[in-house]
Ligand binder design. Structure first.
Ligand SMILES: [Zn+2]
Length: 386
């Protein structure tokens, strides 16, 4: 495929989707040839599972979408799994970086080759605005039940057998079905929206993530405060399983949660607290955060507090904060300097180059930061409109 045109990356668009739209704008013998041009040669003939090499992708697209790490964090669920744990590529092959390890296109984009969800209103809105729709990462998350923009239940996108193997499919080329959640949406709408928001907040969070030790400690402390721990700090298995089931058993008929909420799944979850670095299913970690902290933000605050408690030096630094006005001046200057030296400044690059200033501005000077350094994806969309 000779690449002459590249699409503008839409808000929250998946790697699969951007590849599909690139294919549409350029002549190719077929979609498989397009995949080989974008991701490198492979004997795999299934489009949805085509092995991804992002170095090759960035080379083929001339760096239009950023470098491999930026593409990975901006168009796949990799960052989400780094924050929540339990990535589907844990049984890693060859111990190579995710960017070039050859994981499947749908696995990276959707977390699973069978997960294809969409919101009919998003599709309608895309079609009326752009004439073409795109897949969104937030809709494919393990706990995405609702579209948070339209406040409507997500639907499962189905396609005729093998269609996904031989060609790219965008949401409007598939059928969106209802009620696949096997959950009484009306009775649990509030909880389902909250769970969807928690997963979405974890997806879009860009700052440092809590380390495993802090996360383990805050979860144990929260469980202890609910009477789930013995005097020696071990989990009371029966009480733990009963409490967890009572809260989330309404999800157990859903295919994504059936195993997690089975007695065996809950046993594995209880045992995972024996070590700080135990592997957990993403569904388990998300439900634990919801139960114990109520939100992603609540969880982060507890972890931050725990990190301060575990690190007296940090606590001391917190007690003697430097002058805010000076800080503001310094960080704004770093930001402006960075922007002046770049033809197309990107927040993701600024984050890599000046992490401290990026985080400080985002946390303490949000209004100025958004005004002077808007998110690249919004900028791209605006440029496209005019
Ligand atoms: Zn929507």
């Amino acid at each position: 495929m000779q690449i002459n045109f590249l699409p503008i990356l839409r808000y929250d668009e998946t790697l699969y989707s951007i590849a599909a739209r690139t294919r549409l704008q350029n002549a190719a013998r077929d979609d498989r040839e397009a995949c080989r041009s974008l991701f490198g040669p492979s004997s795999n003939i299934r489009i949805a599972e085509f092995p991804v090499n992002l170095s090759r992708f960035c080379e083929a697209t001339g760096g239009h979408f950023g470098d491999p790490r930026e593409v990975l964090l901006g168009t796949t669920l990799c960052g989400f799994f780094e924050r929540i744990g339990g990535p589907p590529w844990r049984a890693a092959k060859w111990r190579r970086p995710v960017e070039t390890a050859g994981y499947g296109l749908a696995t990276l984009s959707n977390g699973n080759v069978n997960t294809w969800r969409g919101c009919p209103y998003c599709v309608e809105s895309d079609l009326s605005t752009y004439g073409i729709s795109h897949w969104r990462r937030a809709h494919q998350l393990p706990m995405a039940f609702f579209c948070l923009i339209h406040h409507t239940p997500l639907k499962l996108s189905i396609a005729p057998n093998n269609d996904r193997h031989i060609r790219f499919l965008l949401p409007e080329q598939t059928t969106l079905t209802t009620d696949y959640w096997s959950v009484n949406i009306a009775s649990y709408e509030g909880v389902l929206v909250r769970l969807s928001k928690l997963a979405s907040d974890a997806l879009f969070y860009i700052s440092d993530i809590p380390d495993l030790t802090s996360s383990h400690a805050v979860m144990l402390r929260a469980l202890g405060s609910r009477g789930i721990l013995t005097t020696t700090g071990k989990i009371r298995n029966e009480e733990f399983a009963a409490e967890f089931s009572q809260r989330y058993s309404f999800l157990k008929h859903n295919a994504d949660f059936r195993e997690s909420l089975s007695p065996e799944g809950l046993g594995i979850l209880a045992r995972s607290f024996r070590r700080a670095n135990s592997w957990r299913r993403p569904q388990h970690n998300l439900l634990l955060i919801d139960w114990l902290f109520g939100s992603w933000q609540g969880y982060l605050e507890h972890c931050m507090w725990q990190a301060v408690m575990d690190c007296p030096g940090l606590a001391k630094a917190e007690m003697n904060p430097p002058c805010p006005a000076d800080d503001q001046l310094i960080h704004r200057r770093v930001c402006l300097e960075f922007m002046n030296n770049r033809a197309l400044p990107l927040r993701s690059e600024f984050f890599l180059v000046a992490r401290t200033s990026f985080k400080w501005l985002l946390r303490n000077d949000t209004k100025w930061f958004d005004l002077n350094f808007p998110d690249a994806r919004c900028t791209a969309a605006q440029a496209h409109l005019f």
